[in-house]
Design a binder for this molecule. Structure first.
Ligand code: ACO
Length: 351
């Protein structure tokens, strides 16, 4: 028995923010953003309009309908996000409430693996389906980035990259010969965990820093460390990224983990019909394509329209690829992700 993707859904907020719109918020240009990232526009949530959970629920409803089941049939929720509604509880239970299925009392698991969250979730779901424990798993990736970005010139190196949205899939067992998830591979290396991070608000209390005076804590033994005025004043509450370090590691790890999935299953890059990489940056995807010698028609990119939607990017891309008729029954589809942690992973699926 294998796991199949029985339904796919996506949702993005209505408001489109172009690079030209960003020019009005910060010192940047359409040309700079396009040349370095390929991004033309992204969707951003207007405050109070949506959250990661509500967008996730909207994507989920589409995936559930496509799978031919009702929300009450879902027996396990996995929710991947780095932009949850609350510090706690997790977004999975909020999504359960949004779907109106709290009375089913099914488990809801939150996954915190950033850009790799969807592939991590897929591996977890695959194990539960294969053991027969669950039969209709809802896996959601959703992000409300825009509310946490520094959209002034100070934050331009990061904020131009990210967009909001959600994607969801329903996973079910299948006995159809040769079909379903063939293999998954997930990895991490926390050596340089802070290279791509949002440390504050957080409970680290300066533990990982040689000099914690940067955070503005008071000097009492028992102190409030979650958030300080200095963090607010100096913009230490926004995501931080060493872009070049991320780029260099990403272009090594994407091909590595794709090749691992191919070696495990005995396929070659020639056999793959479509690679759907996490939409980190068009330049990263193009680099990976070149290293693996993939044709243009084997590579799917839609970052131009959505920016980097982190945990949501693969299921959104999957929904778009299916919508555009780029995946047919029997196709070999490779999903691959790399992101903060660092974490990375791949999944090879016979559709
Ligand atoms: N508009 C205009 N200028 C900018 C902007 C902007 N939005 N952002 C930074 N700059 C300036 C910098 O201030 C710097 O100016 P200076 O030379 O006067 O100091 C100059 O542009 C170059 O800055 P770098 O950070 O060195 O730019 P780089 O060429 O490395 O490009 C980028 C930055 C696009 C982030 C690149 O490093 C990259 O693609 N990294 C990969 C990271 C990535 O894609 N992350 C996605 C999220 S992680 C993930 O999903 C895996």
């Amino acid at each position: 028995m294998r796991t199949k993707i029985a339904g796919v859904g996506k949702f993005v907020p209505e408001t489109v923010v172009t690079n030209f719109d960003l020019e009005k918020l910060m010192d940047t240009t359409d040309q700079w953003i396009r040349e370095r990232t390929g991004i033309e526009e992204r969707h951003w949530v207007k405050k109070g309009e949506e959250t990661s959970s509500t967008m996730g629920a909207k994507a989920a409803r589409i995936a559930i309908e496509q799978a031919g089941i009702s929300p009450k049939d879902i027996d396990f929720i996995i929710f991947a996000t780095l932009s949850p509604d609350y510090f706690f509880p997790g977004s999975g239970v909020i999504l359960q409430r949004e779907l109106g299925i709290t009375d089913t009392e099914i488990p809801a698991l939150d996954i915190r693996n950033q850009c790799s969250g969807f592939v991590y979730g897929l591996e977890v779901a695959d194990q539960f389906i294969k053991t027969g424990k669950y039969k209709n798993i809802l896996l959601v990736g959703a992000e409300y980035h825009s509310g946490g970005l520094d959209i002034s010139t100070r934050g331009r190196g990061v904020s131009v990259l990210f967009g909001d949205g959600a994607g969801a899939v329903v996973l079910q067992p299948t006995e159809e010969e040769g079909k379903g998830i063939l293999t998954t591979h997930i990895h991490s290396d926390g050596t340089n965990a802070e290279i791509l991070s949002a440390k504050n608000p957080g409970m680290h209390g300066g533990y990982h820093d040689d000099d914690d005076s940067i955070y503005g804590y008071d000097d009492k033994d028992f102190s409030f460390v979650l958030l300080t005025e200095k963090m607010m004043d100096e913009g230490l509450i926004h995501p931080y990224m060493d872009g070049q370090a991320v780029f260099k590691t990403a272009v090594r790890k994407f091909p590595e983990v794709i090749i691992k999935a191919l070696k495990t299953t005995g396929y070659t890059t020639e056999d793959v019909n479509l690679v759907i990489p996490h939409q980190a940056n068009l330049r990263i995807s193009q680099f990976v394509q070149k290293i693996l010698k993939l044709r243009d028609d084997q590579m799917f990119n839609n970052i131009q329209k959505y920016g980097n939607t982190t945990a949501a990017s693969i299921p959104i891309a999957l929904a778009d690829a299916l919508g555009q008729g780029k995946i047919k029954s029997g196709d070999l589809v490779m999903l691959a992700a790399f992101g903060s942690g660092f974490t990375w992973g791949s999944a090879l699926i016979r559709w």
